[in-house]
Design a protein around this ligand. Structure first.
Ligand code: URA
Length: 196
């Protein structure tokens, strides 16, 4: 716990000076930090996550509830975080602030911190949600379409299971059954995979 607090402080001290005058809020990981069975890794927080300072509490969080139900797990058993810990935003033509995908530069800046966070939490397995964490953690350029629903090895040697991002399922309803099948294969193979 003290280690996580030190990690969050180090992260804050590194990132705050990068955006002088901007009120960028860092949204840190949440859940079981003591060798959990799974660490779920998303892309970046959205509006709700930034308001509540907690990952996956907005629309994407509803899918997380569905994931936990299929897995037969409680949220507090696992650890949930994001690659990028600020909300990447852009202004639409109407002037409204909207979410955007994190840039390569943002991902590169946050990746060393994510690796440190994984070391501290020491999960038995990683689950990536969408392309951003999958590519960042495998170094692979393949897409989620090719890699979802299967085990891979992360750059630090941990077993990594690739899932579609919850937002993809919201926008592409036809992916829901694929996603559910993937979660069931994760559930059915988790014990074997983490005992290797
Ligand atoms: N999408 C993500 O990737 N992360 C969140 O925390 C919320 C939505």
């Amino acid at each position: 716990m003290a280690d996580m607090q030190a990690f969050e402080q180090e992260c804050t001290q590194f990132f705050r000076p990068l955006w002088p005058g901007e009120d960028k809020i860092l949204v840190f990981g949440d859940g079981n930090t003591d060798h959990p069975p799974l660490m779920l890794i998303g892309e970046a927080p959205g509006e709700q996550e930034t308001l509540k300072r907690r990952p996956f509490v907005g629309k994407a969080g509803k899918n997380l509830d569905g994931f936990l139900e299929l897995m037969g797990m409680e949220r507090q058993e696992i650890y949930v975080s994001n690659v990028v810990k600020i909300r990447p935003t852009a202004r639409g033509t109407s002037g409204r602030v909207r979410n955007r995908a994190p840039s390569k530069e943002e991902i590169a800046l946050f990746l060393p911190f994510l690796m440190k966070e994984i070391d501290l939490v020491a999960p038995r397995a990683l689950v990536t949600l969408g392309n951003v964490p999958l590519r960042a953690l495998t170094g692979d350029k393949s897409t989620i379409g090719d890699m979802h629903g299967a085990w891979h090895t992360a750059v630090n040697g941990l077993p990594l299971f690739a899932l579609y991002h919850p937002a993809a399922i919201i926008y592409r309803r036809e992916l829901l059954s694929v996603y559910e099948q993937d979660v069931c294969s994760l559930r059915d193979s988790l014990t074997i995979q983490t005992q290797k």
